[in-house]
Design a protein around this ligand. Structure first.
Ligand code: ACO
Length: 429
């Protein structure tokens, strides 16, 4: 669809010379100055650590208004999608640009099951990792390993095979994630079942075992669908940018996604969901549930500690995903009859954050990671798997962003510049 309006010219005046730079806006009226000719015209580059003001592409996939707390995938509001869709519909939407009709849904679902098995040789990889291996490391290794088993993915011109590639990736990495959990607890792995839908299959692979039969609870399957939808895309975030950066060098989709998984693992990004729970547990055990000490630590400029699950680069109001996640957390706990002291503590911490000037002045609110971990915990998913859940959810977003980047006629290898501040040339003595 790619709607662009030209808005005129911005003028940069420096050292007596005027440089004209085109200004344009996208379909939601976000304005940008096109600086592509800047260095050629002026010899200068821009300086923008963390790319806070830098747009790296035009994109049709996801729209965020951080001030108003709006998130839309392909024009659909996140609340609407979370309420009415299954995760695989949203995955299809992100990758193909439109929600599937019934026939497309059935085909996609069946393809996901068709490609759900891991090659048996890959299954043996799990035996070589120590039991305490973090499942995000394993998942990243599995993602890049897929490129050795399915090398035809390297041929990016095979557009007709794109569905095939996408379903393999979505389905096999979900299987790998469940295998890594089984390995970490020393249980036999559980193979995917053709009769089960995407989320149900994952829960079955996680929780079925030979001595304790397992029936998938529809409440949990619904909650998992919603959680994965909340995670599914977030435009040019850190991990998506990594996926695209790696892909911009011509690397295959599996390699690009493997790198994205590593980026997501970081505690300032998706890894925060694990750290939120660990932080809450520390407050409970070390501070007897008193949230004020940790708030003071977060505000202390001499202490590098940050409140996990709070703050966001783009959202300067309540993260719309956190709103859905908070309500869902309450619903899941109520339905399952779980009483978790960490949930009450999280609410106390949120109230303290919202009442404190430090956080208000900086527009810091709970983000998606604040409540999702508590829901995963109630579902029986262990803490070190939380970011893996995020990665499974984010997979369609990474794929959609990667495909868009590859199809962009203006796409170039990602390669930022720098301002060198080191020594001038000096001789070796
Ligand atoms: N606790 C305390 N202070 C914070 C926090 C926090 N969680 N987050 C930001 N601040 C403060 C900073 O110290 C800074 O204060 P200053 O202006 O006095 O120097 C100000 O708020 C702005 O923060 P920046 O670091 O400039 O914001 P940035 O956009 O670079 O970082 C980030 C965003 C990384 C998410 C940050 O808010 C953070 O570290 N949050 C905690 C980790 C977290 O929850 N990450 C998950 C994010 S959601 C996701 O990626 C899926």
């Amino acid at each position: 669809m790619s709607k662009i309006n030209d808005l005129g010219i911005a003028k940069l005046i420096y050292d007596g010379k005027t440089t004209e730079l085109p200004v344009f806006e996208g379909s939601e009226h976000e304005k940008a100055v096109d600086i592509r000719a800047l260095r050629k015209e002026t010899g200068m580059i821009t300086y923008d650590p963390g790319f806070v003001n830098t747009g790296c592409c035009k994109s049709d996939v996801t729209y965020i208004d951080g001030e108003k707390g709006i998130l839309r995938y392909r024009g659909y509001d996140i609340n609407d999608l979370a309420e009415k869709c299954e995760f695989i519909d949203v995955a299809y939407l992100l990758v193909h640009g439109a929600l599937p009709n019934e026939k497309q849904h059935a085909e996609f679902s069946s393809n996901l099951n068709l490609h759900s098995l891991l090659h048996e040789d890959m299954r043996h990889f799990f035996d070589a990792y120590p039991d305490h291996a973090h499942p995000m490391a394993t998942l990243s290794a599995m993602a890049v390993s897929l490129s050795t088993f399915y090398p035809e993915l390297d041929d990016i011109s095979l557009q007709e095979n794109i569905d095939y590639k996408v379903t393999r990736l979505l389905s096999k990495l979900r299987t790998a994630a469940a295998f890594s959990f089984k390995k970490s607890i020393g249980h036999p792995i559980v193979y995917p079942k053709r009769s089960l839908k995407y989320c149900e299959n994952f829960l079955n692979m996680m929780f079925w075992n030979p001595v304790n039969d397992y029936e998938v609870d529809p409440v949990l399957a619904k909650a998992l669908n919603k959680l994965l939808i909340l995670h599914a895309d977030h435009e040019q975030n850190c991990s998506a940018s990594v996926v695209k950066m790696v892909g911009s060098a011509g690397a295959n989709l599996y390699a690009s996604i493997s790198a994205g998984i590593c980026a997501l693992w970081g505690p300032l990004h998706g890894g925060a969901n694990q750290h939120v729970i660990e932080m809450l547990q520390r407050i409970l055990t070390e501070d007897e549930g008193d949230v004020h000490r940790i708030i003071e630590r977060a505000k202390d400029k001499n202490d590098p500690f940050r409140l996990m699950g709070v703050g966001h680069r783009v959202y300067k109001s309540y993260d719309p995903r956190a709103k859905v996640a908070k309500q869902m957390c309450k619903d899941v706990l109520a339905t399952m009859g779980v009483n978790d002291p960490l949930v009450d503590l999280a609410q106390k911490l949120e109230e303290a954050v919202l009442a404190d000037d430090y956080f208000a002045e900086r527009s810091l609110y709970p983000n998606i990671d604040f409540y999702t971990g508590l829901t995963y915990r109630a579902m029986g998913i262990p803490t070190n798997m939380f970011t893996v859940m995020f990665a499974i959810g984010r997979m369609p977003g990474w794929i959609a962003q990667w495909l868009e980047m590859r199809e962009d006629p203006h796409g170039r290898i990602g390669r930022p510049r720098q301002i060198y501040t080191g020594h001038a040339q000096r001789p070796v003595i």
